[in-house]
Design a protein around this ligand. Structure first.
Ligand code: TYD
Length: 134
């Protein structure tokens, strides 16, 4: 359903960390889009959609957040709280994001440009689409 990719701190020493991410080397796709999410209140829940084709990598660079992933059969919750751990999400998974800490910044690397037609924003439509896939 997902993979955790370990990222490396390349800044040896005591001057903080530096984590490079190179497309097709550290992550398995070419990056067409980058965005980040922050300023989310503790009670807010985001996402509520799946993507038909989009691959994504999520990194909580500051703070922590929980990600619920659902393939239509099984649900998993992953807590992202480490800037050296990247969550690789394949297409076809319903996701919800919640329990953002106040300082959280969630960085997202995406394999395609923004395309609203790639979204499935209704859970029943998602389940129907999954059945058609299998
Ligand atoms: P959405 O993907 O629904 O956010 P989340 O999954 O975090 O709840 O996007 C929220 C809004 O931002 C929506 O109106 C679409 C817009 N948006 C863009 O314009 N470009 C983008 O790259 C993304 C991800 C969203």
């Amino acid at each position: 359903m997902y993979e955790i990719i370990s990222l490396q701190d390349k800044n040896a020493g005591d001057t903080g960390f530096l984590v490079p991410i190179e497309e097709m080397l550290d992550i398995p796709f070419f990056i067409k889009r980058i965005y980040y999410i922050g300023g989310v209140s503790a009670s807010a829940r985001r996402g509520y959609h799946a993507h038909r084709n989009l691959e994504q990598v999520l990194i909580c660079v500051i703070g922590s957040v929980k990600i619920l992933l659902d393939d239509g059969n099984e649900k998993k919750v992953i807590e992202l709280c480490d800037p050296f751990h990247a969550l690789y999400i394949k297409p076809g998974l319903w996701r919800e994001m919640y329990d953002f800490t106040s300082e959280s910044v969630l960085l997202v690397l995406a394999s395609e440009h923004y395309n609203e037609e790639d979204y499935i924003r209704n859970y029943s439509d998602f389940l129907e689409w999954k059945q058609g896939e299998s």
